[in-house]
Design a protein around this ligand. Sequence first.
Ligand code: URA
Length: 236
Amino acid sequence: MKLVKLIANLGYGSRKQVALMFREGRITDAAGEVLYADDAVPHDAVRVDGEPLDPPQGLLILLHKPVGYTCSTKDPGRVVYDLLPPRYRLRDPVLSTVGRLDRDTSGLLLMTDDGALLHRITSPRAQLPKVYEATLADDLRGDEADVFGSGTLMLESEKTPLAPAGLEVLGARRARITLVEGRYHQIRRMFAAVGNHVQTLERLSLGGLDLGGLEAGRWRPLDEADRARIFGAAAG
Ligand code: URA
C-alpha cells in the first residue's frame, strides 16, 4: 500500500491532506530523511512530525471504560472514543467495540479493527467467560445462583432461555456473575427477573484477560501474549 493511503487510513487526514503533509516534509524516516507519498517503507520506520506512526491495522485495545460513556460513535454525550486519540475515530478499517457495555457499566472493554478477531471473541461458540461484579439495591434472596445457573431462565422478549450463568455471593448486596453470552442489558435484566435492581456493574475480565490495574479512563494496545490470554480461559 502506498504510504499516502496507509497514513490517511490511520486517520491522519484525507489523502489530499496527507499528500500536503508529504510536500511539507512532515513525513520522514527514523533518521529524519523526508519520505515521498509512493515510497515503500516499513510501518515502524515512518515518522510524522518526528513521532512514530500509530499502530497498523490489526489493532486491539484494552480500555477501562468508566461509568457515563457509551459504546457508540453517534451518541451526543460522552463516548468511549473520546478516551482515545482523536485520530483513532477516523481509522479505516473502523475501530469497533468488541461487544458493548451499558453507559452505566464500567470495566474491561476491548476495541479492534480486526473483524475476524471481533467475531472470534464475540461468537457464542467461543464460550468466553465474562466476569462482572454487581452491587444490588436489595439483599440477595438466596436462590439466585440456582435460577441463573439453571439454563432455563427466560428474559422478557427473548426467544431462547439464557445459557447457565455463574453467581458467587460476595456480600448481602454484592455478587460476582460469570456469563458466556452477551444479551442486551443481560445482568440488569437477570436481576430484575429475581426482583432485584443492579446499582453498579463492573466487568472484571474476559476470557483469561483482566484489567491488570489499568485505571478507569485509561487504555493500552494488546500484544500477542494478551491475545493468547483472552482465549486461554474458555468456559468448561
Ligand atoms: N449486563 C448488563 O446488564 N450490562 C452490561 O453492560 C453488561 C452485562
